[in-house]
Unconditional design. Structure first.
Length: 92
């Protein structure tokens, strides 16, 4: 229908409508591309933050004091300790 109208009208109308449609499509395409890029950047930032949180948790876990039972009295002692604070026995 639009094509019939354009063919029947003068060439200036055809050129104006053609470029209007062309530039409208170009603007819509650029909006879609830029919005996809911004979503991509947001996803990258969220991924980076998640990696940083994982690294912090790993660091925190490595600094945690691990308690083990004393082989003589059964009391809990830090894993790095050489002497039991409960009974004074040396850890083997």
């Amino acid at each position: 229908m639009l094509l019939v109208f354009l063919i029947m009208s003068d060439s200036l109308t055809f050129v104006v409508v053609f470029f209007g449609i062309f530039f409208g499509a170009a603007i819509l395409l650029s909006i879609v591309v830029f919005s996809a890029q911004s979503r991509n950047e947001k996803n990258k930032r969220e991924y980076q933050l998640a990696l940083e949180r994982i690294e912090l948790e790993k660091e925190r876990a490595s600094k945690a004091i691990i308690m083990i039972p004393c082989q003589y009295c059964g009391g809990l002692i830090p894993q790095a300790s050489t002497i039991c604070p409960n009974c004074g026995a040396k850890r083997v």
